[in-house]
Design a protein around this ligand. Sequence first.
Ligand code: NI
Length: 255
Amino acid sequence: MLFDSHAHLDDSRFDRDRDAVIRAAKESGLQYILNAGASLTTSVKAVNLSEKYEMIYAAVGVHPHDVKDMDEDTIEVLKSLTNKKKVVAVGEIGLDYYYNHSPKEEQRKWFKRQIELAKEVNLPIIIHDRDANQETFDILKQHQVGDIGCVMHCYSGSVELAKEYIKRGIYISIAGPLTFNNAKKVQQVAREIPLEWLLVETDCPYLTPVPYRGKRNESAYVRYVAEAIAEIKGISFEEVAETTTKNAKKLFRIE
Ligand code: NI
């Protein structure tokens, strides 16, 4: 059993073979996939995928790249999408000061607004943080998001910060970069953060793990992330697969 806690199977790179990719994921031992939204369009696509495929659940939200086009109407549409049965989170939301595709001020405003939305509808949140570690932490702390549930998607920060997150009931999700030779920081996170606080993800089609690095990523490859965690922690693959699946089900409140 495995749970890919963050995928973008709605991406056009899967248009040719989406059915086959999802079938391959199932055959490789995956039980669940969370498809994250990144805009209104991809949030609707995520919901559609969750209605078509039993193993897929959806998150709806607007990525910091795209918040510059947001307004309160967008929030209302997102809110109505959260009524769908298999929408289990708001995300991915957060801050991205690496690309700054949206002005920082807008990013902060809509990050906080989407956290409030998640609180209104009582759903956990999925966080994107790039080059905004401290500010992301401060906002999450201020909003006490441990109460609704929260996961740091594709975590790339320090082990010290990760410890501050788990203290507040926030999960850490590990992606493909863990398998790269130079990924010392995230390897330390995988070593020192207890398995009870870890999730695994692909973020496919991005961040392809070794041995497929350079190719399109897909959900079936989440096993390479779980294998890397098992090796680093010196425990079995089965234990990592089972516990991270249990963690994700608890966070997303899937029975
Ligand atoms: Ni993503």
